[in-house]
Design a protein around this ligand. Structure first.
Ligand code: AMP
Length: 494
């Protein structure tokens, strides 16, 4: 949006909001020179805007500064239920505006807690998400009295404890660090009235269940629970059953439905090295690939791809994964966000929940082993009201997981013919060679939880015909990523 528009919308804030329909005020001023029909005005008035939420003017101003005027469907649908104080289970894909969906109703009736202990706790799975959520919260609360603190592991815990000296109202953090700070009595969770768990499915995928249950024990049971998940997995369903009584379900799309705005296609490719040739070809022939997020299935492959692609496109790409320092990752993401880099190579854990705007293409250099990850990956493009493209490179061996993804989405990917001009490189990389020699894979015993193996509780064994279980993903996976990978691998080797 250009600055003129922004200025006009800001000037309009001085007008009484009741004198004209909000949408008219915010989007159609000055009125077009030609005649505006009654129908036109009616259409405009039917549009819902943030002003209709009756949130404080100061927050509306912050939203206007961010050029946000109309709520997304999940924001519109979940506002009243969250405001009602009931427990909520929201199913919405990444990039649909979930963060504001839970923050706006909470800030609408914000009350300052003079005791200095947090009353709102937002748990997210990754450090990057902590930074992102804390940043937007700081903007939204810049004009109201609310102290926001973001905490995550990997930073000195003693330094973080000092942050709480002058009180905290809204705490954003990863489960491990919040648990540690609470055990050390640096924070008290006794006054938490609203617990938000974002990316609940990913949190359980990452094996955070023990930390979550520990945190639940440190809070009073009388509180509002607001849960958001991109997919409804077995682990989420089980946890809901055990800890959350009858949450109101708010769902935008059935679990696994891809965002409609994303154009999805795939190439069948011989092997890893040929994928590099194909990527080079696409980058050289298609200028539209200007802000590209590339996913590999593990760090080794991400590093390998980065080395090769940097030889062809020096300084145009960077790579982030869990072996890179926090500073390195934040710096690389900023360069990518600011379009100093054309592309960023990454792995699933790193990119989950990242909010980088205007990503033109997501490239699945490798097909993810867990079908739901595909939805999370492609959700990085086509965010909010934008279009996006997702291209997947598929080897023969990856056709099975691709099929699982298509079953999950109930949608087939468009297969594009492999370009004739791209050379096939028959040289296999180490992991492709390993796949052939491994004749007798060791059977892995899979535990259900993060810790010791235990029988499922009786109440969790029962069939649940109503509620979220209706939308269970077709496959059953273990509770954490390592187990899921092992299960998926051993299944395919059989
Ligand atoms: P989230 O799903 O919360 O990560 O949000 C994804 C992206 O959508 C972020 O870049 C937000 O700034 C953007 N966004 C959130 N709400 C809206 C809205 N109502 N209109 C346009 N963009 C939005």
């Amino acid at each position: 949006m250009n600055n003129v528009f922004k200025k006009k919308s800001r000037d309009l804030k001085s007008l009484p909001r009741t004198s004209l329909p909000h949408t008219f005020i915010q989007h159609q001023f000055p009125p077009p020179a030609n005649f505006v029909s009654l129908q036109h005005i009616q259409n405009m008035t039917e549009k819902f805007t943030f002003a209709d939420f009756e949130i404080p003017e100061k927050i509306l101003d912050v939203l206007a500064d961010l050029e946000l005027f109309e709520p997304t469907p999940i924001q519109e649908k979940s506002f009243k239920p969250i405001l009602s104080g009931r427990d909520i289970m929201g199913i919405a894909q990444t990039g649909t505006g979930k963060t504001l969906a839970y923050l706006l109703p909470i800030l609408k009736n914000w009350k300052y807690n003079k005791n200095g202990n947090p009353t709102v706790l937002v748990l997210v799975p990754t450090r990057e998400l902590v930074v992102q959520v804390a940043e937007i919260l700081e903007k939204l609360t810049s004009t109201i009295s609310a102290r926001v603190i973001g905490v995550y592991g990997g930073k000195n815990i003693n330094t973080q404890k000092l942050l709480f000296n002058s009180g905290c109202d809204i705490l954003v953090g990863t489960p491990g660090r919040v648990m540690d700070l609470s055990i050390d009595n640096a924070i008290s969770l006794k006054e938490i009235q609203k617990l938000i768990i974002d990316e609940f499915d990913e949190m359980l995928n990452l094996g955070f269940r023990p930390q979550l249950t520990h945190i639940f024990e440190m809070m009073k049971s009388k509180r509002q629970n607001i849960l958001f998940s991109a997919t409804m997995t077995e682990a989420v369903d089980e946890m809901l059953d055990e800890y959350f009584a009858n949450p109101i379900e708010i769902s935008l799309a059935k679990s696994g439905t891809p965002l409609e705005k994303i154009e999805q296609s795939a190439y069948k490719v011989e092997n890893f090295n040929t994928k590099i040739n194909l990527l080079e070809h696409l980058l050289k022939t298609d200028e539209d690939l200007s802000k590209v997020l590339i996913f590999c299935n593990n760090k080794r492959h991400a590093d390998l791809l980065f080395t090769k692609i940097s030889e062809i496109f020096p300084e145009e790409f960077d790579v982030i994964h869990s072996n890179k320092s926090q500073n390195y990752r934040l710096k690389a993401m900023k360069s990518f966000q600011d379009e100093e880099l054309r592309g960023l190579i990454t792995t699933d854990v790193m990119a989950r929940g990242l909010d980088i705007s205007d990503i033109t293409h997501v490239i699945n250099f490798e097909v993810p082993e867990i079908p739901e990850q595909y939805i999370h990956r492609i959700g990085r493009t086509g965010r909010a009201d934008k279009d996006g493209k997702a291209i997947t490179f598929v080897t023969k061996k990856e056709e099975v997981p691709l099929l699982e993804i298509e079953v999950l989405m109930d949608k087939e990917l468009k297969i594009i013919d492999f370009p004739e001009s791209v050379k096939i490189n028959p040289t296999k990389i180490a992991s492709e060679k390993e796949e052939i020699v491994m004749k007798n894979p060791v059977k892995v015993k899979l535990n259900e939880g993060g810790g010791a193996f235990h029988e499922k509780k009786d109440k969790n064994k029962k069939e649940n015909w109503g509620g979220p279980s209706k939308r269970k993903a077709p496959k059953k996976y273990g509770a954490n990523r390592a187990q899921q990978k092992a299960k998926s691998r051993s299944k395919r080797k059989k």
